[in-house]
Design a protein around this ligand. Structure first.
Ligand code: SF4
Length: 436
């Protein structure tokens, strides 16, 4: 890249880059891309005080995201005084929403960049280093933003690859359509090339990322369906497993279940957000499906792939949620028996339609519903894990266990984390291991 080369001019040694990432896998992916952009000019700093450039990649989904950002910036003020050459940039969803307001509010910040402007970061750094005032780049793009392919650093067994950006769904509680813009699919050849680079460096599994992965390809010419994408990727030699997150129930097409069942490399796991089991609340959330449709999809998946793992996201205490609405969410939990779930109490995000709705569920009651849901989910999760005792499964080995370095860790196709005694001499990261 031109900017990357320019950053090296006149530098005797590479500088330190520290990236602090909040939020989802998409943000993690973007941070990996930023590290890649600066690969030739910056080394990875282990802490902010070793860095010449600090980038905070923000998330709007967390509670009180702005307070969180300004508290992080406050912590950097002293460091910046001590190291006048230090530059601080803010990216991600809060940056996209707030833009120049961040610079007005914090003297620490040298540049702000939005979710469509990662490729501009080197030029923002350069402008600031040349004495120009704090920089802002938050314009949306119509097409796919080209970024360097591949990743920096040591190879991983499982890599994220983004296949689309943005979202056209407009769920009433969600700020993503504002912070990430309209949905844009990544050209197939780019996905394929990035994946081939990752495999060459040792990856064996890919996690395809998108806000609604299964609406992939609608905007491409010629059109490609999500199932076709997976089938094509499954032909890549060296790739052993394909995962994806997250499909939207409204976008599940008839060929999806068939593709899942008939493509061995596609993992036997689907994370499909439910959000609520009540049709009234699903409508208020603008989710565009009914509980019956959700249950039908799950039934077809379970029929076609009996050992499939199903996980989900749930929000409790959405405005207007009655006790009977909540009971319908509990009812779906009982019917589907999710292997695990992420569950949250509703909390309004500024700028969303739900923020203008009247909150009808007191915080105490939201908490009660959440705890009730989570207690039951924990029981089901534990029963589901116990059902694996005595069964044989294939584990893709990842490396030493994060909780116990004397063990190896890996995952079943169902996305269940497994620790193995590393006394097995045959254990190697990247290998598939059969275990009873
Ligand atoms: S599908 Fe709904 S919840 Fe998911 S990113 Fe789009 S608007 Fe947000």
């Amino acid at each position: 890249m031109q900017e990357e080369t320019d950053l090296n001019i006149g530098q005797a040694a590479r500088q330190g880059l520290y990236i602090q990432t909040f939020g989802c896998q998409m943000n993690e992916y973007d941070s990996q891309k930023l590290a890649k952009i600066f690969e030739s000019s910056h080394f990875e700093a282990k802490s902010p005080d070793q860095a010449d450039l600090i980038i905070i990649n923000t998330c709007s989904v967390r509670e009180k995201p702005e307070q969180k950002l300004y508290s992080e910036l406050g912590k950097l003020a002293e460091l910046k005084r001590a190291r006048p050459g230090l530059l601080v940039g803010v990216g991600g969803c809060v940056a996209q929403q707030e833009g120049s307001r961040i610079i007005k509010r914090s003297k620490v910040v040298d540049f702000v960049f939005g979710t469509h402007n990662l490729s501009l970061v080197p030029s923002l750094v350069k402008a600031r280093r040349s004495g120009l005032p704090p920089q802002v780049a938050v314009d949306y793009r119509d097409g796919w933003e080209e970024l360097p392919l591949g990743f920096k650093g040591s190879s991983k067994i499982s890599v994220f690859v983004s296949i689309s950006r943005g979202c056209n769904k407009n769920c009433t509680y969600c700020i993503v359509p504002v912070t990430r813009g309209k949905e844009v699919s990544r050209p197939f050849h780019e996905i394929e090339r990035e994946l081939r680079i990752a495999i060459h460096r040792g990856a064996r599994e890919v996690v395809l990322l998108g806000q609604t992965v299964n609406s992939y390809g609608r905007d491409l010419t010629p059109r490609v369906t999500f199932s076709e994408l997976l089938l094509r990727l499954s032909k890549i030699e060296g790739l052993e497993r394909i995962r994806f997150t997250s499909p939207h129930p409204q976008e599940i097409r008839s060929d999806f279940v068939e593709m899942m069942a008939g493509t061995p490399k596609v993992c036997r796991h689907v994370h499909m957000p439910l959000q609520s089991g009540s049709n009234v609340i699903l409508k208020a959330m603008n989710r565009n499906y009914r509980r019956e449709r959700y249950l039908d999809i799950i039934a077809s998946l379970k029929e076609a792939i009996p050992d499939i793992s199903i996980t989900t996201d749930v929000i409790v205490g959405f405005p207007g949620e009655s006790e009977s609405d909540f009971e319908q969410t509990m009812d779906i939990l009982e019917q589907v028996r999710f292997d695990s779930s992420y569950s949250f109490m509703f909390s309004a995000r500024p700028g969303t339609r739900a923020a203008a709705m009247e909150e009808t569920v007191p915080e105490q009651e939201k908490l009660r519903r959440l705890q009730h849901f989570q207690r039951r989910q924990d029981q089901i999760t534990s029963e589901s894990l116990n059902s694996w005792v005595g069964r044989t499964g294939e584990i893709l080995l990842d490396g030493p266990s994060s909780s116990d370095p004397s063990c190896f860790q890996g995952r079943l196709s169902q996305n269940i984390l497994v620790n193995l005694q590393s006394a097995h001499s045959s254990l190697r990261a990247g290998n598939q291991h059969r275990q009873d």
